[in-house]
Ligand binder design. Structure first.
Ligand SMILES: [Fe+2]
Ligand SMILES: [Fe+2]
Length: 407
């Protein structure tokens, strides 16, 4: 029988305050360059009184959202849940205990390599893992780095440099960009939406209940759905600003639009029937449709949001409705084009149209959905067909060419 290959586990620790694209690039480079099976992302536990560091559960949820959908990246709570000071020695020993046959690879930057001999029980650490070293535009002279590496290797360290663009994302600059709402590609939109909604790093909190909201959403939704929700909040807020719609309402509706999505269908049906939310048989039979109606109810009665415009936008985000408000259109569209959406026909076109015309973009998106669903021989909800007819009648869509309408 062929011997199974040893598992090769990468470890990337850090405060992740917040996690950014530099961290993700390091993890992905290690994953492929060292043929790792997986890379664990380990946010560390920081004493609660330390200023400038976001609460650990916030940092954890952001790490989960950032890693979502990236194969091979795996958030791990080991250091987060440990009481007292976190030492790499303890983490590596614990991981070795859990994975006795695996090879461990600790991912660091050159700056950390230069400080390695200050670590707690560093001589023992050298024997526990291989170091994968990412380049940094460090202050240390290359000759000094080479000398340190040679010294450590002489003591038995296994060190392997990684070839990649130097990762020098300044967390301070990143936090400044967040606080000033400046655009930056250094942070995942879902993480950005999380920071904004929670009021982290100098951003204004969207609502005083945001901590409870995030806790509940993270508990009730899958991580994939949670990350999607943040992506929708991000796009809804941006679209609202472009189209002069209330961006706070758009952000809240985006955050909560799928709050019922992961409930079992029978629970959605119970909510809908107990509170006489709909008698439509087609809607009651489908979680894909019913979660919007049940979600609007939960938004009001579980999350405590009473704004009728937000509730209406959530209630119609699956089928649309005749006479959709501009907030309804923003939320509908954000759901269809958020950055984490897997590609579908017309996605690029709808994304280009969205900042130009809400009515046109929603119509294009709905026509695409109808073509796709009909192509599979499935029925289209009558409310969607009515919405399409209504959108076609609007002046914003009167200039559409025949060719565009048929595309
Ligand atoms: Fe939904
Ligand atoms: Fe959604």
């Amino acid at each position: 029988m062929a011997k199974a290959a040893k598992e090769r586990i990468g470890i990337l620790g850090g405060t992740f305050n917040p996690i950014h694209q530099g961290h993700i690039a390091m993890a992905q480079c290690a994953l492929t360059s060292a043929s790792l099976t997986r890379v664990l992302l380990l946010p560390d536990s920081v004493p609660p009184h330390k200023t400038g560091i976001a609460p650990k559960e916030d940092r954890w949820r952001m790490v989960c959202a950032a890693a979502e959908g990236i194969e091979g990246l795996e958030p791990c709570r080991m250091e987060l849940d440990r009481e007292g000071t976190t030492y790499t020695f303890d983490t590596l020993t614990a991981l070795r205990g859990e994975n006795p046959k695996a090879e461990l690879y600790y991912i660091i930057g050159t700056d950390t390599l230069m400080e390695l001999r200050n670590w707690h029980r560093w001589r023992e650490v050298l024997g526990l893992c291989t170091f994968l070293v990412c380049p940094r535009r460090t202050d240390h002279a290359p000759a000094a780095v080479r000398a340190e590496r040679a010294l450590l290797e002489g003591l038995g360290a296994k060190i392997r440099p990684l070839t990649m663009e130097p990762v020098d994302v300044s967390s301070t600059e990143l936090r400044e960009a967040l606080a000033s709402d400046a655009p930056t590609g250094l942070i995942n939109p879902a993480v950005r939406a999380y920071c904004h909604a929670r009021g982290l790093y100098g951003t204004p909190e969207v609502d005083p209940r945001s901590e409870q909201w995030m806790e509940q959403l993270f508990r009730d939704l899958t991580v994939k759905r949670f990350a999607h929700t943040l992506g929708v909040a991000f796009i809804a807020r941006n679209l609202a600003r472009v189209h002069h719609v209330d961006d706070r309402k758009a952000e809240i509706a985006g955050l909560l639009h799928d709050c019922a999505k992961c409930l079992p269908l029978k629970d959605m049906q119970r909510i809908a029937l107990d509170h006489a939310l709909t008698s439509d048989k087609e809607t009651l039979a489908s979680g894909a449709l019913l979660h919007s109606v049940a979600g609007a109810w939960m938004t009001e009665h579980v999350y405590g949001v009473e704004d009728p415009e937000i509730l209406a936008a959530i209630a119609c985000h699956t089928t649309g409705k005749v006479g959709m408000s501009r907030l309804d259109l923003v939320v509908y569209l954000a759901d269809k084009i958020e950055p984490g959406r897997p590609s579908y026909p017309l996605l690029d076109k709808v994304r280009i149209m969205a900042p130009l015309s809400l009515e046109r973009a929603v119509l294009t998106s709905m026509e695409g959905t109808i073509a796709y669903v009909s192509g599979k021989g499935k029925p289209i909800h009558h409310q969607t067909l009515d919405t399409v007819a209504w959108l076609r009648s609007l002046p914003e869509n009167s200039g559409r060419s025949q060719a565009e309408a048929k595309e």
